[in-house]
Design a protein around this ligand. Structure first.
Ligand code: DAH
Length: 343
């Protein structure tokens, strides 16, 4: 071994003995085995070695290179084990009892208001029913006294599915027939649900929105019962005096039918984009259930009468929380949607 090779080997051994981290080891590798490292410069000096010694010199340098590579590999394995142990030790210092900084989720405003309204009706003796979102033509229209080709179908731009008779529920009224058949009369039930219509959207229209339907069927149910229940529900929801108006409305499944409007609480009745500048918002169309609908539901219209309503839950949420644009609800914007959770 020539003098230079010996010096380099010694320098390497001294340095590697001091090394404690993989980063230091990498630097050592670069210094000795890198393109401009000590081994490369030894190889560079091959030119100046006497021809008869070239072969031996080359072998010596290669041997040194091999030794250095092996030592680095061994050291690397030792350091990896040490570093792993260090990580495990520091994990033991981790205090699991420290308070976590985790943000809590919140209920969507529609969920909050839906539960509130459900609770109000529950205390008035109504059951809460669930219903599917994909329904058939009979449930959504025919059982509701809207036969095929009836012009009332035009009021609801329907998403028909390509699976034959199925469609996306355009109104929660689609559950009326099944619920009447399930329970018979007397009956008090509310059934919230997501509805879909192929609408162009603006501040007060969405293609996906929520309603809460309700029916009450018994002997001698009259419009006074209907008005009483609607007023009680609205004053409970708003915890405030609200101005409502009832005007005639046409829905084939009720007779007589009404539009129950509330004065817009965003503009106080002056007119704004949220109420189409009318000062009023159609909130809860309702009416006395048509005898054909009772009959389709297996209930004797000679004996029983009833009322039905289709509360616009999404609109109610807009009015209650002062949300100016209905599109916020489906926006997924957490900043806007996480502020409404009831205490
Ligand atoms: N289903 C109707 C709609 O979405 C709303 C409605 C009107 C429901 C009158 C009712 C009712 O129960 O009696 O347009």
């Amino acid at each position: 071994m020539d003098e230079n090779t010996g010096k380099i080997q010694q320098a390497f051994e001294e340095r590697i003995a001091e090394i404690k981290s993989s980063a230091e080891l990498e630097q050592l590798r670069i210094d000795f085995l890198g393109k401009k490292g000590h081994v490369a410069s030894l190889m560079g000096s091959l030119k100046s070695v006497a021809p008869e010694k070239k072969k031996e010199f080359g072998q010596t340098v290669n041997k040194l290179k091999q030794q250095i590579e092996n030592s680095i590999q061994d050291k690397l394995e030792k350091i990896a084990k040490l570093e792993e142990q260090r990580l495990i030790n520091s994990a033991e210092d981790y205090d699991v009892t420290l308070p976590a900084e985790v943000e809590r989720g919140s209920f969507h405003p529609i969920t909050v208001i839906q539960r509130e309204v459900e609770e109000i009706f529950r205390t008035m003796g109504f059951t809460i029913e669930d219903f599917k979102e994909i329904v058939n033509d009979y449930e959504c229209f025919e059982a509701l006294n809207i036969p095929k080709h009836h012009p009332a179908r035009d009021m609801q731009d329907t998403y028909y599915l390509s699976t034959g008779d199925q469609l996306l529920k355009t109104q929660t009224s689609a559950a009326q027939n099944a619920i009447m058949k399930k329970y018979g009369a007397p009956l008090r039930a509310v059934f919230p649900g997501r509805c879909f219509r192929n609408e162009s959207t603006d501040a007060c229209h969405e293609n996906t929105f929520f309603q809460m339907e309700g029916i009450m069927i018994d002997e001698d149910i009259s419009i006074s019962n209907l008005i009483y229940f609607m007023k009680t529900m609205l004053s409970e929801v708003f915890q405030d005096d609200i101005t409502v108006r009832l005007r005639p409305g046409f829905f084939p499944f009720v007779e007589p039918g009404f539009e129950l409007d509330i004065q817009c609480r965003i503009c106080g009745g002056k007119g704004c984009p949220s109420c189409k500048n009318s000062g009023w918002l159609e909130l809860c169309p309702c009416g006395m259930i048509h005898p054909n609908v009772l009959e389709a539901g297996g209930i004797d219209p000679e004996k029983y009468t009833g009322f039905a309503f289709g509360l616009g839950l999404t609109r109610l949420a807009m009015m209650k929380y002062g949300v100016k644009d209905i599109r916020v609800f489906n926006s997924g914007n957490l900043k806007a949607l996480s502020q409404f959770e009831s205490k």
